[in-house]
Design a protein around this ligand. Structure first.
Ligand code: NAD
Length: 485
C-alpha cells in the first residue's frame, strides 16, 4: 500500500486521539524529543525504502535522547508482545509460511521474547593509570538494515529488535517475501505499543512488500550504517558485496559425530530433540550423523527406542527423489532441498517415502552413504541420514567435509575428551555442542545465551547488543586516577 499524505494525517490524528500526548519517559535528563513528523502513525510499516529509512532515522534521533531505562521499557514491549501473543502470532506465521511446526513456531516467539540479550549485556571498559583515565563506551551505529529468513520470520525480528535497540540503534527490516505478513503485523504491534507508552514511533521499520530490489536499496542507502543479514549463501554474498560493514548470519549443515564411548540412548534423545525441532528448520539443527562402525547398529536401535522411525534403502530413495531437486548447469549442477517437503512433518515425509509413520513420530532416519544428498545438502527436513564410519577419525573427517566450511555448528556425542578436542579443533565451528541437542548451544538446555542471528562468516558469533555497537573512547588526562602518588 502506498501511504499518502492524507492517509498519514488521518492516522496521526487517530493515533494522537487514542494515545494522547506523549508521556514524560524519564526522571533524569530530558524526555525524548517527539518531533511532529510525517512518519508518526505508520507504526513502522512502509512500502518504500527511502521513507522507512527516514522514519527509522528520526526514531534513532529520538532514541538518542532516551535513557537506558527507556530502552529497557521499549524492549519490554517487544518482549511482552512476543510472549503474550505467541499463540496468535505463531499461528499466523505457520499459516503464512506453511513450513515447520505450530507448537514450535509458538515456542520460538515466546523463547525469543524471554531470552534475547537486552540492555543487561551492555558494558563499558576503563583504563586507569598514571596519565589519568580512559573510558571505552559502546555506542550505537544508527539505523541498521536487517534481512530475515522465512524459517523464523517474526522470531528473528523480535531477537534483532531487542538486541539492536538495547544498543541504541533502530532498524529497517526486509523480511523474506514468504513471511512478510507476520513480519509486518508483528512490527505494527511492537511500534503501536512503544508509541503509546513512550511517544516514539518507527523504531522498528519493515518493508511490507519486500523484494531483492528493496534489499539492494537498503544495502546501498546512505543512512544505513550497518547491515545484519540472516539467511543462506546468496544473501550473505550480497551483503558482503554491498560495500558496507555487514554482520552475516549465514547457512550451516551441522554434522553430528557419535563415537564408541557415547551414551547412545542419551545421544538418540538429544538428536531427535534437535533435528525434529520445527521440522529441522533451525540453522543449528542436526542435519547428518556420522557413527563409528563398532556402535552403528546399537545407535540405530537407540534411535528407534527413542521414538524415531527407521526407513529402509528403497524408502530413502523414494523420499530423496521427492525431496531433492537439481539446479544449475554443467559443472555447477547440484542438489538442493525442494520446496515440496522442506520443513514438513515426518508423517508427510513418510508418505512420500511410500510408508506411514505412527502418530507422534517426530523424526525419520536411515542409513545412507556419505555422498547422499541428505548428507551433502542443508536439507531442513525431519529425516536424518546416518553414515557408518570405520573409526572416529573418518567420522570427524566427513563431518568437516560436509559442514562445507560454513563453521556454523557441530555436535559430538562422546565421553572421550580427546575426540571432543580433535573435532573442535578440526571443524572450527562457531557453536560446538557435546552430549546435548543443538539448541543447548544456544542456552536452551545448556549454558549461555540465545540469538537467532549467529554470525559465523563475519565472526561475531551468537549476536548480542554489543555486536551492534561501535567503540568510543573518552580520555581524561592526568586526573581521576585516584590511586598512588
Ligand atoms: P534465504 O537465503 O532464501 O533468504 C534469507 C533472506 O535473504 C530472505 O529475506 C531473502 O529474501 C533474502 N535474500 C535472498 N537472496 C538475496 C539476495 N541476493 N539479496 C538480498 N536478499 C536476499 O534463506 P531462508 O530460506 O529464508 O532461510 C534459511 C537459511 O537461513 C538457511 O541457510 C539457514 O541456515 C539460514 N539461517 C541462518 C541463521 C544464522 O543465525 N546463521 C539463522 C536462521 C537461518
Amino acid at each position: 500500500m502506498q501511504v499518502n499524505e492524507t492517509l498519514i494525517r488521518d492516522v496521526v490524528a487517530q493515533v494522537l486521539a487514542e494515545v494522547g500526548p506523549a508521556p514524560v519517559v524519564t526522571e533524569v535528563g530530558p524526555a525524548p524529543v517527539v518531533a511532529a513528523t510525517s512518519h508518526i502513525g505508520s507504526n513502522g510499516v512502509f512500502s518504500d525504502v527511502d521513507k522507512a529509512v527516514a522514519a527509522a532515522r528520526e526514531a534513532y534521533e529520538q532514541l538518542c535522547h532516551c535513557s537506558m531505562e527507556d530502552r529497557l521499557r521499549i524492549i519490554d514491549h517487544v518482549r511482552r508482545i512476543s510472549i503474550d501473543q505467541c499463540v496468535e502470532l505463531g499461528t499466523m506465521e505457520m499459516e503464512e509460511t506453511q513450513i515447520g511446526r505450530l507448537d514450535h513456531k509458538i515456542e520460538k516467539l515466546k523463547t525469543l521474547g524471554e531470552k534475547t540479550p537486552g540492555v543487561e549485556f551492555m558494558r563499558s571498559e576503563v583504563f586507569s593509570g598514571d596519565r589519568g583515565l580512559a573510558v571505552i563506551e559502546h555506542a550505537p551505529f544508527g539505523v541498521i538494515g536487517a534481512i530475515t529468513p522465512v524459517t523464523h520470520s517474526l522470531p528473528t525480528i523480535t531477537g534483532n529488535a531487542v538486541s539492536m535497540i538495547a544498543a541504541g540503534n533502530t532498524l529497517v527490516v526486509n523480511p523474506h517475501p514468504s513471511g512478510k505478513r507476520v513480519a509486518t503485523e508483528g512490527v505494527r504491534r511492537f511500534n503501536r505499543a512503544i508509541h503509546a507508552d513512550l511517544g516514539i514511533d518507527n523504531l522498528i521499520c519493515v518493508i511490507e512488500e519486500p523484494t531483492l530490489e528493496s534489499a539492494d536499496a537498503i544495502f546501498s542507502h546512505r543512512d544505513i550504517a550497518l547491515i545484519c543479514v540472516t539467511g543462506g549463501p546468496a544473501v550473505g554474498r550480497a551483503a558482503l558485496n554491498s560495500g558496507k560493514r555487514a554482520i552475516v548470519a549465514g547457512p550451516g549443515n551441522p554434522p553430528v559425530v557419535v563415537d564408541e564411548t557415547a551414551d547412545l540412548d542419551r545421544a538418540a534423545r538429544a538428536i531427535i530433540d534437535g533435528a525434529a525441532y520445527d521440522n529441522n528448520l533451525l540453522c543449528i539443527g542436526e542435519k547428518e550423523v556420522f557413527v563409528v562402525q563398532s556402535v552403528f547398529d546399537q545407535m540405530m536401535e537407540a534411535m528407534s527406542r527413542a521414538g524415531a522411525m527407521r526407513l529402509n534403502e528403497q524408502q530413502i530413495e523414494k523420499l530423496t527423489s521427492a525431496a531433492m531437486v537439481q539446479v544449475g548447469e554443467g559443472a555447477d549442477r547440484h542438489d538442493v532441498a525442494g520446496k515440496e517437503l522442506l520443513g514438513q512433518d515426518a508423517a508427510k515425509l513418510a508418505a512420500a517415502a511410500g510408508t506411514s509413520a505412527p502418530d507422534g513420530t517426530d523424526l525419520l532416519y536411515g542409513e545412507t552413504p556419505d555422498t547422499h544428498p541428505f548428507v551433502t545438502v542443508e536439507q531442513m527436513m525431519p529425516f536424518l541420514p546416518f553414515v557408518r564410519c570405520p573409526d572416529v577419525d573418518q567420522a570427524i573427517a566427513w563431518a568437516k567435509e560436509y559442514e562445507h566450511g560454513f563453521r556454523h555448528t557441530s555436535i559430538i556425542h562422546s565421553n572421550n575428551v580427546r575426540n571432543m578436542t580433535r573435532m573442535g579443533r578440526s571443524l572450527e565451528t562457531t557453536i560446538f555442542v557435546k552430549n546435548g541437542p543443538s539448541m543447548a548451544g544456544l542456552g536452551l538446555g545448556g549454558e549461555g545465551y540465545l540469538s537467532f542471528s549467529i554470525a559465523g562468516p563475519t565472526g561475531e558469533g551468537v549476536t548480542t547488543p554489543m555486536t551492534f555497537t561501535r567503540e568510543r573512547r573518552c580520555s581524561l588526562i592526568d586526573d581521576l586516577c585516584i590511586l598512588g602518588r
